[in-house]
Design a protein around this ligand. Structure first.
Ligand code: ZN
Length: 403
């Protein structure tokens, strides 16, 4: 297959270019990219080439429940409470239907890998775990799946509970996680999570500081623990909203610690635009973390979907390019083309995928051809129209997503 006259955004290039070519002809063979050469036509691109998308943070156990539970209108703890009550009604079959619907949507949109958090609020594994494990097998080759246990940090104060969770996460090949926000004794409890990760050889992924309280310092504590423990696993930190309302000096010091600790930061624009900021008047605050200041320190964040049609966020889909478009506008990420690593290369690194998503001869032919011919068209629905290519073959199933 030959793909002619496509822009390849600079952060996604795994090859060097002589001169200043921006538009390329790409050939595919045997499921891989065979060659990339500057196109004879440099002024009229026919589209934009991306590597397939990587979803770093989702909740496929909770999605599509908003009609049952109602939207929480900006109240994170009301949403947690509603989902806690609804969870009692979850069955293997209802979970499987919800999870499969999410995976179909993500796959058709061009997502090649997805990490989901699974609610894990007691020592025993949740009903979602065996369903997830079966789907991980069934979807192999289409969407590579990872899971994180999502446990209230306070539960780790119970040593036996933490041990039980960590053992089961290890058995099932997952990542250990916790919801961290202004907990009492936060450093001690986080230390326990690090103990478990080190004892069991687990990576970590936190929901951290998801609120607009400037006093919340979970992110800083995590960065300090990584360094104090010389922790060797991967550590992802989702949300980090409080960073946006802290004094510049405090926030910058935290970001320097994060960069030094090699943390991966994941911003969730849809859910945090909805949950954070005022609801009794027009909101001014945006709830987005400091993506640009992090990048200035070499810490390239990911953008991810988080909730879809549940109490936390009642809208949305698994189209990461829609999330990307919102993130570009919320955080003023310009030019947009330079930030396409937030949904490709950066999450691939955060998840430790075999391929980092940089396009080069010999890389997998898991690609998206977008209709957008420049950065301004990237944000609109026409520019987002796409052809999904997996293992060198065009994915035909969904005409709506194809040009
Ligand atoms: Zn989340």
């Amino acid at each position: 297959m030959k793909l002619a006259a496509l822009r390849i955004p600079a952060p996604l290039r795994g090859f060097t270019v002589a001169g200043d070519a921006q538009v390329f002809d790409v050939t595919l063979a045997d499921g891989k990219v065979a060659s990339i050469v500057p196109s004879a036509e440099q002024t009229h691109a026919r589209g934009t080439l991306l590597s397939a998308l990587v979803e770093a943070h989702a909740h496929i156990d909770k999605n599509y429940t908003v009609q049952d539970v109602g939207a929480a209108q900006g109240n994170l703890f009301a949403a947690i409470d509603r989902m806690n009550k609804h969870r009692d009604s979850w069955t293997g079959e209802s979970l499987r239907l919800r999870m499969e619907r999410a995976l179909h949507d993500a796959w058709q949109c061009g997502t090649r890998a997805l990490r989901t958090h699974l609610d894990w609020v007691q020592p025993e594994p949740p009903a979602a775990l065996p369903v997830f494990e079966a789907l991980r097998e069934a979807w192999r080759g289409r969407v590579e799946l990872q899971f994180v246990s999502l446990t209230p940090l306070d539960l780790f104060a119970d040593l036996a509970a933490g041990e039980r969770i960590a053992r089961e996460v290890k058995r099932a090949g997952g990542v250990l996680g916790a919801f961290v926000y202004r907990n009492e004794g936060i450093v001690h409890k986080l230390g326990r999570v690090f103990d478990l990760a080190q004892q069991h050889g687990l990576d970590l992924d936190f929901h951290v500081d998801e609120g607009l309280d400037a006093e919340a310092g979970g992110l800083r504590s995590i960065a300090q623990l990584v360094r104090a423990r010389d922790f060797k696993g991967r550590v992802a930190c989702g949300h980090c909203c409080s960073l946006s309302v802290q004094d510049d000096a405090v926030a910058n010091e935290t970001l320097a610690l994060c960069a030094g600790a090699g943390l991966h930061i994941i911003a969730l624009p849809t859910t945090n635009l909805y949950l954070q900021g005022a609801w009794d008047r027009t909101p001014v605050q945006r709830g987005i973390t400091r993506i640009r200041e992090a990048a200035a320190r070499g810490l390239r964040a990911s953008l991810a979907t988080d909730n879809v049609q549940d109490a936390f966020y009642p809208y949305g889909s698994y189209d990461l390019l829609e999330t990307f478009g919102l993130g570009v506008q919320m955080a003023h990420l310009a030019p947009a083309t330079d930030w396409l690593d937030t949904v490709t290369v950066n999450p691939a690194k955060a998840l430790g995928l075999a391929w980092d998503g940089r396009i080069a001869p010999g890389c997998p032919a898991d690609l998206l051809v977008l209709a957008a011919t420049d950065e301004h068209e990237l944000i609109g629905p026409r520019g987002r129209q796409r052809t999904v290519i997996r293992a060198g073959e065009i994915l035909e199933n969904n005409p709506e997503k194809n040009p």
